[in-house]
Ligand binder design. Structure first.
Ligand code: NZQ
Ligand code: ZN
Length: 380
């Protein structure tokens, strides 16, 4: 186990009817800017619950934070927040609304253009932020990351700022999710866990077992959720899996490899593919191209999650990659670029961007432009 320090300050508030707790979680003297996406919360009753809970608070609303939140939109929110002198933010939505609001919370205390903060990769001064999560996937409700896009340049970058002070998770609000978003949320969660797991064996038994517990839970509940997305217990487990998958708890003292995410972000930025979907396409390619380096851990994944326990070393790795891809397809997602009309021109552009940026992703720094190209070509 590698050395580490760990702290996660977010208070989790979980369960049916818990949105009402907002009135106690946000101090009464705060002026709150509530941020939303495109309007799903008006159809599923979440908006009414939030407004009722905050009926005694002074509030300002900002609407229109889109999937893959864009700096162009967030600049407007920052301007409004500064004008209104808000001193608390409440994000009501999925990862995009929460991520966008993390940038707003830093932008409110920054004099320059908020895109500078994204390019810098981090911000320290932030206005406090709470969340009401409506889509289990990103873990943004309990981590300090955010991913922000720029439409003008077709770029998408992660940056790190603040943990939410609290996050409210009511599984009932997920009943209204479109099936494709559920599939992408499960895929995103599965890949978050893999990226903190599929590196080296023998670093930590406890981290391995926690990660495997989340993976196994997802494999078990995914087909049931596809049958009945209104099952409270299933959706509660899905929500907890997503939160636990990216709140730091399974990353303590172990290597990580975020190259699948970094490649996936380029596919979203260039082609508009939904985040979780990009990962379902890229991950089997990453596993195959790095099969030598990750071989022992892929074998462990195969044996413990997919029951692949016989055959030669190579056959077991092949079978585990096949089962991983099959799992993504069982969610209703395609797993090849050509199925989405994406070809070599996009792969070449991603290779060029990675070369220009001089990146070396992955636990051993092996994923540069050429490796990214090999990974994407494998899943063409
Ligand atoms: O905008 P509205 O109308 O609310 O509709 C949204 C949106 O169209 C809809 N939706 C959300 N909750 C719903 C609902 N529809 C019906 N009922 C509900 N309960 O779903 C659509 C997608 O929402 P979005 O927030 O974009 O999805 P997600 O939570 O998957 O977030 C994706 C973003 O998070 C970033 C991704 O890159 C992407 O930009 N990520 C953030 C991370 C982090 N902060 O740690 C890590 C992740 O790896 C990821 O990169
Ligand atoms: Zn993700």
């Amino acid at each position: 186990m590698n050395n580490f320090s760990f702290q996660n300050p977010t208070k989790l508030i979980m369960g049916k009817g818990m949105i009402a707790q907002l009135s106690q979680e946000i101090p009464a003297d705060k002026k709150v800017m509530i941020t939303f996406g495109g309007g799903s919360v008006k159809k599923n009753g979440v908006y009414d619950q939030v407004k009722q809970a905050l009926s005694q608070h002074q509030t300002v609303e900002f609407w229109g934070i889109e999937p893959n939140p864009a700096i162009e939109t967030l600049r407007k929110a920052i301007e409004l927040g500064k004008q209104e002198k808000v001193d608390f933010l409440l994000a009501v939505g999925g990862g995009s609304v929460i991520d966008g609001t993390k940038l707003i919370s830093a932008g409110l205390l920054y004099e320059g253009d908020a895109w500078d903060l994204v390019k810098k990769g981090q911000a320290h001064d932030t206005v406090p932020l709470g969340t009401v999560l409506t889509l289990p996937a990103t873990g943004s409700e309990m981590n300090n990351g955010a991913v922000i896009s720029c439409h003008e340049t077709k770029e998408k970058y992660a940056f790190y700022a603040n943990y939410p002070v609290f996050s409210i998770l009511d599984p009932e609000v997920t009943f209204s999710l479109p099936a494709h978003q559920v599939a992408c949320g499960i895929s995103d969660t599965f890949v978050h866990v893999l990226e903190q797991y599929l590196t080296k064996t023998g670093e930590s038994r406890i981290m391995d077992r926690w990660a495997e517990g989340i993976l196994q839970t997802l494999v078990e509940i995914a087909p049931k959720i596809r049958e009945n997305q209104h099952d409270y217990q299933l959706m509660a487990d899905f929500m907890m899996a997503a939160t636990m998958g990216l709140n730091g708890f399974i990353a303590m003292g172990v290597s990580q490899d975020w190259s699948t995410h970094m490649i996936g972000h380029e596919l979203t930025a260039l082609c508009g593919l939904t985040h979780g979907h990009t990962l379902a396409i890229v991950m089997p390619g990453t596993m195959d191209v790095l099969r030598k380096e990750k071989g022992a851990k892929i074998m462990q994944l195969g044996e413990r999650i997919f029951g692949v326990s016989s055959g030669t070393h190579d056959r077991r790795i092949d079978e585990t990659i096949r089962k991983t891809e099959e799992f993504f397809r069982s969610l209703g997602l395609t797993t090849r670029l050509s199925e989405e009309g994406i070809g070599m021109d996009v792969i070449d552009e991603i290779e060029k961007r990675f070369n220009e940026r001089g990146v070396h992703f992955g636990e051993d720094g092996l994923v540069d432009g050429a490796t990214a190209k090999a990974i994407l070509t494998r899943v063409l």
